[in-house]
Design a protein around this ligand. Structure first.
Ligand code: 5GP
Ligand code: MG
Length: 179
C-alpha cells in the first residue's frame, strides 16, 4: 500500500517497516550498551509509542522494567498547546534511571512537561528515546539522546501514530499529501 486514506486526508508511504526496524534495532543496541548494570525503568508514553515500545523492548537484552504513562496534547493536525496531566505512574521512581519512550518529539513542549513532572519524583537520571524527531520544529532545549529517525515537518501517521484516532495500526509510516 503506497497511499492510504484516513477520513478527509491522503497519506503516502515515507518510511518502510524494514527501515523502521533497522533503526529501532540500532537504538536498542545503543541503549543495551549505555545502560548495562543500571536496571533502567522504561516509561512508554501512550498511545503513540505503543508499537515502538513493543519492537524496542524485544531487542533490549539488559535487566529492566517497563511501564506506561499517558498524556496528550494533540488534536487533529496541529498542536493545541493544551497539555494534560501525566497519569499512570504507579512505580516509585525515586533514585531510578528512567528512559522515556516517546513516538515523536515535535515542538518538544510535551516532553518538557513530562520531564518537569517526572523530575519532582526524585529520579536519579532521565533519558529520552524517541522514534521520531522533527529537528526544525523543536522549540525547547531538549537532549533527545536516542532518536530512531529524524524527519521533516510534515504530519505523519502509522506505526503507532494517528490522525484523529485512526492509522496507528500500519507497520509503515505515511506522510500527509497536500494538494
Ligand atoms: P510536541 O509537544 O513535541 O509538539 O508534540 C508531541 C506530540 O504531538 C507527540 O507525542 C504526538 O502525539 C503529536 N505529534 C507531533 N507531530 C505529529 C505528527 O506528525 N503526527 C502525529 N500523528 N502526531 C504528531
Ligand atoms: Mg506522543
Amino acid at each position: 500500500m503506497n497511499t492510504i486514506e484516513i477520513k478527509d486526508k491522503r497519506f503516502s508511504i515515507s518510511i518502510s517497516s524494514e527501515e523502521i526496524q533497522k533503526e529501532v534495532t540500532r537504538v536498542a543496541s545503543e541503549i543495551n550498551r549505555d545502560f548495562a548494570g543500571k536496571n533502567p525503568l522504561f516509561l512508554s508514553v501512550l498511545n503513540g509509542a505503543f508499537m515502538f515500545t513493543a519492537d524496542l523492548m524485544k531487542k533490549i537484552t539488559i535487566p529492566c522494567e517497563v511501564s506506561f504513562v499517558k498524556l496528550a496534547s494533540y488534536q487533529g493536525v496541529t498542536s493545541t498547546g493544551m497539555i494534560k496531566e501525566v497519569i499512570g505512574i504507579n512505580e516509585d521512581i525515586s533514585d531510578r534511571v528512567i528512559i522515556i519512550i516517546e513516538d515523536i518529539v515535535d515542538t518538544g513542549f510535551t516532553m518538557q512537561r513530562l520531564l518537569e513532572s517526572l523530575g519532582t519524583r526524585g529520579p536519579r537520571e532521565i533519558h529520552i528515546a524517541s522514534l521520531l524527531l522533527k529537528p526544525d520544529k523543536l522549540q525547547v532545549d531538549l537532549n533527545v539522546e536516542y532518536v530512531a529517525m529524524r524527519i521533516p515537518n510534515d504530519f505523519i501517521v502509522g506505526y503507532g501514530l494517528d490522525y484523529d484516532g485512526f492509522g496507528r495500526n500500519y507497520p509503515d509510516i505515511y506522510t500527509i499529501v497536500t494538494e
